[in-house]
Design a protein around this ligand. Structure first.
Ligand code: XLS
Ligand code: NI
Ligand code: NI
Length: 436
């Protein structure tokens, strides 16, 4: 299989003192952490689009990556080579999963029928590779944002004809994910948003999206797809106002349109930060609702206001994120996929290995630090003590609905002016940094 990365051998764990750039320093797949292997905590996945389809183009210049899997004579030949590269890369990296958009795996044809058949042909090949390599599908999705027909939205489009095309694409993507035993299906509303209310009826567009999701739920039931449906929030980009702004907005939408039980949330770090939140904030919004479904692992740049999709290398926020994941029992059928791309100047295929190794090590280190914070107990204990009043007496009975404004007033009069206690933020931050 070593056709596209002939110089790379399987990436091994060598420990933190290793100076080998092609080895893991922290990610030790079989190491047990709180009763589970690191591999099972993380469920890492490689993203087809960034790792294999990214050209390095940006708004100011064309693609710069000269990939050996892009040399085929036809789009289908290129797609076959790309798939071979995908499975070779993943096997050498030692990651259990991958994820893709329909159009990453299979090129758009001249006709709708050809697009459908291209995807079917490549899904059949992917099925064979999965069997041979043991690599599994974490999730798939439909690209409902690149083609010019989606310029005014996919399910939110003012023209139902476009929505029919979008339905066709999602139907076939759901068939693909079912065929490949995928564990989740992701909806990222790439063009589900608007630029100006002068040409947009927001009420209709949100209702259209909801009606569309109901059809998706029905179709999944019909074909027996039992994987988890996930919505991935993002506040803006490409549109000015994306309807799925952040995790809280998505949960509200699901409740409003009677879809709550059928979906969980896929939190992307760089999308949370673009929404003005921290990564761990959006994780916590989902985790406390029992809705944390998956993580698109990446990081933004604090000095830039767009989705830079960098590989995560900043240990502090990743430790805070893993603390939420561990405290709330993980991500269910989800995992951690690198929705991240190498920088435009990182020209070589070996840079793809360095990038993933760094991302995996950062998360592995974050997992170990978070578990040590939990084992050590000071932060948990501090938080518990801070709220102890709610576990007894009138605090508890208020939560049980047994108090009134008048009875609470009587308590205030009896107890007098309360004394505020320190929140101890700096002390707690010191505990976090010593665990790292
Ligand atoms: C773009 C999104 C996209 C989704 C999948 O910002 O992150 O890559 O994860 O469509
Ligand atoms: Ni994403
Ligand atoms: Ni993104």
């Amino acid at each position: 299989m070593s056709e596209f990365f002939p110089d790379i051998k399987k990436i091994e764990f060598e420990g933190k003192d290793s100076r080998n750039p092609l080895a893991f320093k922290y990610y030790d797949a079989k190491r047990m952490v709180a009763g589970k292997t690191m591999e099972d905590h993380m469920r890492f996945a490689v993203a087809y689009w960034h790792t294999f389809k990214s050209t390095g183009s940006d708004p100011f210049g064309a693609g710069v990556f000269d990939r050996p899997w892009n040399k085929g004579a036809t789009p289908m030949a290129i797609a076959e080579d790309t798939m071979a590269a995908n499975f070779e890369f993943i096997t050498k990296l030692g990651v259990p999963y991958y994820c893709f958009h329909d159009r990453d795996m299979a090129p758009e044809g001249e006709t709708f029928a050809e697009s459908i058949s291209n995807l079917e042909t490549l899904v059949a090949k992917a099925k064979v590779y999965q069997k041979e390599t043991g690599v599994k599908l974490l999730w798939a999705t439909a690209n409902l944002f690149s083609h010019p027909r989606y310029v005014h939205g996919a399910a939110s489009n003012p023209d139902p004809h476009v929505v029919a095309c979008c339905a066709m694409q999602v139907r076939r993507a759901l068939d693909a994910v079912k065929e490949l035993g995928g564990e989740n299906y992701v909806f990222w509303g790439g063009r589900e948003g608007y630029e100006t209310l002068l040409n947009t009826e927001m009420k209709r567009e949100r209702e259209q999206i909801a009606a569309f999701f109901h059809m998706c739920v029905d179709y999944a039931k019909k074909i027996g797809f039992t994987g988890q449906f996930l919505i991935e929030p993002k506040p803006h980009e490409p549109t000015k106002h994306q309807y799925d702004f952040d995790a809280a907005t998505v949960l509200g939408f699901l409740r409003e349109f009677d879809l709550y039980d059928d979906f969980k949330v896929n939190v992307e770090a760089n999308h949370a930060t673009l929404a003005g939140h921290t990564f761990e904030h959006d994780l916590m919004v989902c985790a406390t609702a029992g809705k944390l479904g998956n993580i698109d692992a990446n990081m933004g740049d604090p000095t830039l206001g767009w989705d830079t999709d960098q590989f995560p290398t900043d240990i502090n926020p990743i430790t805070r994120a893993m603390l939420v994941v561990l405290e709330y029992g993980g991500m269910g059928t989800g995992g951690l996929n690198f929705d991240a791309k190498v920088r435009r100047g990182s020209l070589d295929t070996i840079d793809l290995f360095y990038a993933h190794i760094g991302g995996m090590d950062t998360f592995a280190r974050g997992l170990l630090a978070a578990q040590s914070i939990i084992d050590e107990g000071q932060i948990t204990e501090f938080r518990q003590n801070r709220y102890v009043g709610w576990d007894k007496d009138f605090g508890k009975s208020m939560l049980e609905g047994k108090q009134t404004l008048e009875s609470m007033e009587a308590k205030a009069l009896e107890l007098g002016e309360p004394k505020a206690e320190s929140g101890r933020q700096e002390m707690l931050e010191n505990i976090l940094i010593s665990a790292i």
